[in-house]
Design a binder for this molecule. Structure first.
Ligand code: AMP
Ligand code: MG
Length: 486
């Protein structure tokens, strides 16, 4: 029996019925070969990682064979894309192969991205390319290890099928694992097509499968919306604290679980710039780094509007409250940890608020600055900061205030240093690192992808042998432009 058939498939989404998806067989990828796979993600499914390296596994994920207990389908959804409503989206190149309950009792979606045309493909070819699969693969694992909620990635296949993007590329495929593929846009689809029963069924599915603790609430749908708002707030707070920009916060890319979802032209901020736009196609900066918190709320309003007939009344204020409260709880907590502060005191926001404009003014690398700050002692002055000597004087007042604040909680340098290192990553997924790994993989060598995964799986550790990966990007790496093309 095939290893995959030994898994406990529990295809809950397929049970919803065909208003929610199109049953779908993958269009097989010719001459598929395994590029790389994640041992850690394999464990989430209780899969023996060695099996992923077999021809049988490749054949299954490439779509030549359907596992006996799978129930492959492409989900339907809609969504607001860059502010405009798209009435019909859906998995245009994705297939939910099935859902598997692991030994821990968690239900995981196995989703293949790049499986060929579906009824929702519109103008697309149903395929994905290697560079975009690698980018999603790297980001999911990098964010996960930083402690940011995210979908995961199991493996990447490459094939000989040519696909046209800006240039001719080979079709590739990513196997994504997620606790849910239900998006804000899934609800929008049923609301805007006036299917109230289906809308309710989807909300009930979310309560049953994802938020069973809310089923007994007095107003379960109100509670569902508020929980999604809070989880979204928590996720975006983490993006902001780590300098992560998602790039395409369309409502079809917003998971109801508040997990980072559907990676495209994302980026980690390097030189601090709140206006950072990681997506070259985002001309107006709708999804710029500092817009993310307000876009999160914009998206929640679209969700609330879709759910309105199920709610007890107008809920905008409550949604904002749930979202903001959780956002600031997480953000303040993480920013205080970045500074090595144990207790929250009045003025802490100001302390950070005085520092960030200085980083911005001198375009100082956000991650390196804070990592270096982990070594700061109370007998140091501004010369100990990661700041060019000619700009250090501008940091003098800030350093004095910081030292006073540290003294207020009797901070011990050595202890603080260790705690700060657990909050300020040494290694982040810089675009140029991903680019180097992609170029090597496109030439047939995935070793750099694997090396990055290894480094980024321990982002808070020193890893002296990998010091070069913690450095600022080279000049060419600062100018990389990543677009929506994938
Ligand atoms: P994304 O920007 O990746 O979130 O995709 C937005 C929508 O376009 C989703 O419905 C995707 O399934 C669809 N899509 C993206 N790329 C392709 C493609 N190459 N072929 C078919 N559909 C696609
Ligand atoms: Mg998407």
């Amino acid at each position: 029996m095939s290893m995959i058939n030994s898994l406990s498939f529990e295809n809950r989404f397929a049970d919803l019925g065909e208003s929610f998806f199109a049953p779908m067989q993958a269009r097989p990828l010719p001459n598929a070969r395994l590029v790389t796979f994640s041992r850690e993600a394999a464990k989430l499914l209780d899969l023996d990682p060695a099996w992923l390296n077999t021809q049988e596994a490749v054949q299954i994920f490439a779509g030549h064979q359907v596992p006996d207990k799978a129930s492959p389908l492409s989900m339907v959804y809609a969504g607001h894309q860059f502010g405009g409503y798209s009435a019909q989206l859906g998995d245009g190149r994705g297939i939910l192969l099935g859902q598997v309950r692991n030994q821990k009792g968690e239900l995981w979606d196995i989703h293949t991205k790049g499986s060929g045309k579906t009824p929702f493909s519109r103008f697309g070819d149903g395929r994905a390319v290697l560079r975009s699969c690698i980018r999603e693969y790297l980001a999911s694992e990098a964010l996960y290890h930083l402690g940011i909620p995210t979908t995961r990635a199991l493996l990447i296949l490459e094939s000989s099928e040519p696909v046209q993007r800006e240039k001719l590329e080979n079709a590739a495929l990513l196997v994504r694992l997620a606790k849910s593929h239900v998006r804000f846009g899934s609800f929008e689809y049923f609301a805007h097509t006036n299917q109230p029963e289906e809308l309710k069924k989807l909300a009930d599915y979310c309560l049953e499968v994802h938020f069973p603790d809310l089923k007994e609430a007095e107003q379960p749908y109100d509670a569902l919306l508020l929980r999604i708002a809070a989880e979204t707030g928590s996720m975006i707070a983490r993006w902001q604290a780590f300098g992560f920009a998602h790039g395409v916060m369309n409502t079809d890319n917003m998971s109801v679980l508040g997990e980072t979802f559907d990676y495209g032209p994302y980026g980690f901020m390097e030189g601090f710039n709140p206006d950072y736009i990681c997506n070259h196609s985002d001309e107006w900066g709708r999804y710029a780094f500092n817009q993310q918190p307000s876009i999160g709320f914009w998206n929640l309003r679209a969700l609330a509007y879709a759910l309105k007939d199920l709610l007890s009344g107008e809920m905008t204020e409550q949604v904002l409250e749930a979202y903001q409260t959780r956002f600031f709880e997480e953000y303040d907590r993480l920013m205080n940890k970045k500074l090595g502060l144990k207790v929250m005191m009045e003025g802490d926001r100001q302390l950070m608020g005085d520092l960030l404009p200085l980083l911005q003014k001198h375009v100082i690398d956000y991650s390196i600055f804070f990592r270096k700050l982990c070594e700061f002692t109370q007998s140091d002055d501004e010369s100990a900061l990661y700041v060019k000597p000619e700009h250090q004087a501008e940091f003098r007042d800030w350093v004095e205030t910081y030292k006073t604040r540290l003294a207020q909680e009797n901070s011990v340098d050595e202890d603080r240093s260790a705690e700060m290192k657990a909050a300020n990553p040494k290694y982040i997924l810089r675009n140029y690192l991903a680019q180097q790994a992609i170029e090597k993989a496109e030439a047939g060598d995935a070793s750099e992808v694997e090396k990055l995964i290894e480094i980024l799986s321990n982002p808070y550790d020193e890893q002296p042998e990998h010091e070069a990966y913690a450095a600022e990007p080279p000049e060419w790496g600062k100018k990389l432009e990543i677009s929506c093309s994938s």
